[in-house]
Design a protein around this ligand. Sequence first.
Ligand SMILES: Cc1cc2nc3c(=O)[nH]c(=O)nc-3n(C[C@H](O)[C@H](O)[C@H](O)COP(=O)(O)OP(=O)(O)OC[C@H]3O[C@@H](n4cnc5c(N)ncnc54)[C@H](O)[C@@H]3O)c2cc1C
Length: 376
Amino acid sequence: MTPSGARGTARPAPTAPHLNVAVVGGGPGGLYAAALLKRLDPSRNITVWERNAPHDTFGFGVVLSDETLGGIEHADPEVYTALKAEFVRWDDIDIVHRNTRHTSRGHGFAALGRRRLLEILHHRCRSLGVELRFRAEAPDPARLAETHDLVIAADGVHSTTRTAFADVFRPHITAHRCRYIWLAADFPFDAFRFEIAETEHGVMQLHGYPFSADASTVIVEMREEVWRAAGFDELDEAESVERCAKIFADALGGRPLRSNNSAWTTFRTVVNERWSHGNVVLLGDAAHTAHFSIGSGTKLAVEDALALAACLSEQPTLTDALDAYETERRPVVASTQRAARASLEWFENLALYLRQPPRQFAFNLLTRSRRVTHDN
Ligand SMILES: Cc1cc2nc3c(=O)[nH]c(=O)nc-3n(C[C@H](O)[C@H](O)[C@H](O)COP(=O)(O)OP(=O)(O)OC[C@H]3O[C@@H](n4cnc5c(N)ncnc54)[C@H](O)[C@@H]3O)c2cc1C
């Protein structure tokens, strides 16, 4: 069966217990879903396919909210304890614009390295008896749907499962106007830092936050036309990294940046009209994305896993469980995506706000997603 002809080939959702579970993708969403489902019912056979090796991971730090951590603590204290030991916590947001720094206090963030998060989840999956297959491309989705009771498609923003059943999931994918690159610096910022650089080619911005005692995530972002005018399209990875470090030398205190298979990317917002088809269900970035400037991608994937595991335990049939999962998660995801869209559009149009006095500029940056208001 070819992926494009896959409509109707997902198995009807069975009423029997979902014992054989296939998870496509060993990112945070897929691994956490696998661990939770195995913990809730050790008789399940759960296999995770991950095309990369265990330690190949793009990117650096991820942010999780206290609300998500509460859900993790309740669902699996062991994972929570391991994560808690890794977290860096901080409260402030620094906005640096035209040599003026404004600090807004009392926000409350927690972050850790993506690699550590995945290691903790690998360990938890193994200790519970989940089969992890690394360097393994998942079988064709239609085939998995025939051979398993449940297929969890946690295969990320470029999900092949979503493409295979595109006529049912009906994805809408919007590419946005900025280019960004995900880098790191070997020192911890003491706040979430937004720094604006006005260059001869146009405006560029840095988003930085700590993810361990000695490292920070640094994302450099700019509009496509600025990126081209600055010649980034002709630089290789090492040259781009060096150039970004020069442009943001003040923010970095002159220290270098480093990359990890980092590439300039255009952010894509993914929305699907449906999240399940028979016994196949989308989870995490495969189902929805939210711009990194509100730091919610991993949070949403982990919360999807929590909701899916709870619905599978509570509902009498798989169909009921998958419907309940979508009903529970859709409004939360839609609200986060609205905030993320407002935030990404604000950064896309940053050049329009540069002349605002620094204090007003800082206030507008803080309230861009309309989640932070003057009062709070
Ligand atoms: C620049 C940037 C900054 C970000 N910052 C943050 C942040 O601060 N906080 C935050 O919460 N989130 C952040 N995110 C988002 C976050 O990385 C994702 O939202 C999150 O990883 C989603 O988890 P996931 O499990 O759904 O998918 P992914 O993490 O993308 O995992 C999918 C996995 O599936 C595997 N896979 C795909 N297809 C197959 C296949 N056919 N066979 C086998 N394996 C397959 C891939 O190799 C991958 O490992 C950021 C993203 C970017 C790009």
